[in-house]
Design a protein around this ligand. Structure first.
Ligand SMILES: Cc1cc2nc3c(=O)[nH]c(=O)nc-3n(C[C@H](O)[C@H](O)[C@H](O)COP(=O)(O)OP(=O)(O)OC[C@H]3O[C@@H](n4cnc5c(N)ncnc54)[C@H](O)[C@@H]3O)c2cc1C
Length: 610
């Protein structure tokens, strides 16, 4: 594995835990699991990925639970499909925990060195070369090089070769990959300043506490998570003075002077980008986040910038409470090389180089969670291939991990790709609460979920079914007290007893609302949450499952390897070119390639004798 970031960690742990001799290279052991951006894990869509990583036997969920500083469920006022858990994570503790987990894993060696070359023989990877000239032979290699390849940091008029957080860049590997025929792209991302807590008047800011105690990992119980601190975040807003300073310095912005060539993330714009793009907005919301229990550094989410250092100080001092704030780390932008992910199969193996895989930011994504999900899939598939076993390919109907990888390898991306719930056609069946139901059997099949954990998983499914049964069979007695509670919640009082499940089907009613009227209840919060969603959305879930089944049929219509689309009469030229370039494995995949029309799919189906 080249890279011990969020992708490399999951890839290495998966490969080693599946019994493969594994070596994990990183430029700097003190940056294992580094969070160069916001010290948080999860969020809209990203929370779903973390639950899915855990359900498959990955590590991020468990680690995040153990270093949680604050725990929130975003979108809890909306439907369960978009409920997204997000934790503030202790950045330093996450690094220490992940490094120690790697160090204490059998079959796994950690090694600090720069990889400069990938060796290929007869179309298959055979080894990697270090900057010191050492050659490590291998049957598979996974590149998880993040934001380091030809890393270039830009702050105002200044630009210099660097990785994130002042770490060394990797300036040789891209050339080696290009010499192997791999197409690369230049992307960019940015981060805000870190500020000294004691230099901020927090009293002038809005405080925000955590609001949930559901853990990410099936290995973490609610009591254990409840013992974690609840360190607050704060909310502050920019104002006209902030915007004026930014506008009057746009001529010094590398973003607008053309000094930055890399393409940045649309969904994570810098503050100067927001001020220009949303000129009508009077203020922009910023979140002030703690970086750890044992540090005074604060992170200002939403204040990313590459404006000159002096301008950063001026604009910071316009924020209420920050009038005398002291910057500990400058905001900056970083450019780096990554690859065009349409060169990969859904296993994340390169189509043209057997045994070479890509994962994480290297594949054109942005985000710890997206990186970890890809690392896990690449690690599992590299191991399964070496063991001669069936690969693990998750479809868009199975998981957000499937949506992420399918979007990358089928459509590609021309900016750092981040997951969002809106990217899925099957949001209601791809919820956080059923990630284990969808994926733990697969984790067990590939060998990452132990027998003991699998039994616990099956027991949990049995308990959910039993709770739904109980709710269907239990009658809740009508009473004045209950009716008062129901009317306060804005739903009709009862004139007679009602099945618990029937009551729960009312939008306003939850298990929490009627606890005292449900004496036979015994289950934990996690089981009740799962049962409640299945009871309330039963009809919609059934409908979406049927749609997913129909799509699965198209996904299972396999396309024979090596089909030459230019020889299929009736296919449009654009479709022939796209299909020959991407080489889809199924009709379902072919249908998602941009430039391939439904008419082209009908021609293909006829050609395949369907
Ligand atoms: C400044 C900045 C701002 C960001 N802002 C955001 C944001 O706003 N939102 C968001 O979602 N994400 C953001 N990110 C991205 C987020 O940090 C990454 O998505 C995530 O860290 C990617 O994980 P990874 O494992 O792919 O790579 P990284 O975490 O970057 O890890 C890469 C690893 O590869 C190693 N490595 C690289 N090249 C070599 C080599 N040749 N030989 C040996 N080892 C090598 C490095 O030492 C490191 O261990 C930001 C990143 C940076 C740097």
């Amino acid at each position: 594995m080249v890279g011990a970031g969020h992708a490399g960690i999951e890839a290495a742990l998966a490969s080693a835990r599946l019994g493969l001799d594994t070596i994990l290279f990183t430029m700097n052991l003190d940056s294992v699991g580094n969070m160069p951006c916001n010290p948080s894990i999860g969020g809209t869509g990203k929370g779903h990925l973390v639950f899915e990583i855990d359900a498959l036997g990955g590590e991020m969920g468990r680690a995040a639970d153990l270093v949680t500083l604050q725990n929130r469920m975003l979108n809890s006022g909306k439907g369960p499909a978009v409920h997204s858990k997000r934790v503030q994570a202790d950045r330093a503790a996450y690094h220490v925990l992940m490094k120690h987990t790697l160090e204490t894993t059998d079959n796994l060696r950690l090694y600090q060195t720069e990889i400069t070359d990938v060796l290929v023989e007869n179309g298959a990877v055979s080894g990697v070369v270090t900057a010191l000239g050492a050659v490590f032979e291998c049957k598979a290699a996974i590149i998880c090089a993040g934001t380091y390849l030809n890393g270039r940091v830009i702050v105002g008029e200044h630009a210099y070769p660097s990785g994130p957080d002042g770490l060394l860049p990797a300036n040789s590997l891209t050339a080696s990959l290009i010499s192997l025929g791999i197409k690369t792209m230049r992307f960019k991302t940015g981060t805000p300043p870190r500020v000294l807590k004691s230099s901020v008047d927090l009293g002038k800011l809005e405080i925000q506490h955590g609001d949930t105690d559901i853990p990410f990992s099936a290995l973490t119980d609610e009591e254990e998570l409840a013992k974690r601190p609840d360190i607050p975040c704060y909310i502050v807003y920019t104002n006209e003075k902030t915007h004026e300073i930014i506008r009057s310095n746009l001529h010094r912005s590398p973003l607008f002077s053309g000094m930055i060539e890399g393409v940045g993330p649309r969904y994570c714009p810098s503050i100067e980008d927001k001020v220009v793009r949303f000129a009508d907005k009077e203020r922009h919301q910023l979140f002030v986040e703690p970086l750890g229990e044992n540090t005074e550094e604060l992170y200002i989410q939403g204040f990313s910038s590459s404006l000159p250092a002096d301008v950063q100080v001026q604009m910071l001092h316009t924020l209420p409470g920050f009038e005398h704030a002291l910057i500990m780390r400058q905001a900056y932008a970083i450019e780096y090389d990554c690859i065009d992910p349409t060169q990969l199969y859904p296993t994340l193996e390169f189509k043209d180089i057997s045994g070479l895989y890509g994962a994480g930011q290297f594949n054109g994504t942005s985000g710890y969670e997206e990186a970890a999900a890809q690392g896990l899939i690449a690690g599992i598939n590299a191991a399964l291939k070496i063991k001669g076993e069936e690969p693990l390919i998750l479809s868009r109907m199975d998981a957000y991990i499937g949506v992420l990888i399918d979007d990358l390898v089928m459509k590609g991306t021309n900016e750092p790709y981040r997951i969002m719930t809106s990217r899925s056609e099957y949001r209601l069946i791809l919820r956080q609460d059923n990630a284990d139901e969808r994926l733990t059997p697969e984790g067990y099949r590939v060998g990452l979920i132990s027998e003991e954990r699998y039994e616990k998983f099956k027991e949990k499914q049995r308990r959910i079914e039993a709770e739904i049964q109980r709710a269907e069979l239990t009658t809740v007695k009508a009473s004045d007290e209950l009716n008062r509670v129901l009317e306060e919640a804005g739903t009709a009082p009862l004139s007679a007893g009602i099945r618990l499940a029937e009551l729960l089907r009312r939008p306003q009613v939850t298990y929490g609302l009627i606890t005292e009227f449900d004496p036979t209840r015994t289950e934990s919060k996690r089981i009740l949450q799962c049962a409640q969603i299945r009871i309330k959305y039963e009809g919609y879930i059934k409908k979406q499952l049927a749609a997913a089944e129909r799509q699965k049929k198209l996904e299972n219509k396999k396309i024979p390897e090596g089909l030459d689309y230019s020889k299929i009469p009736g296919l449009r030229l654009e479709a022939q070119a796209k299909l020959n370039a991407i080489r889809p494995k199924s009709i379902g995949q072919a249908a998602r390639i941009s430039g391939v029309s439904p008419a082209d799919i009908s021609v293909l189906l006829i050609r395949l004798g369907e």
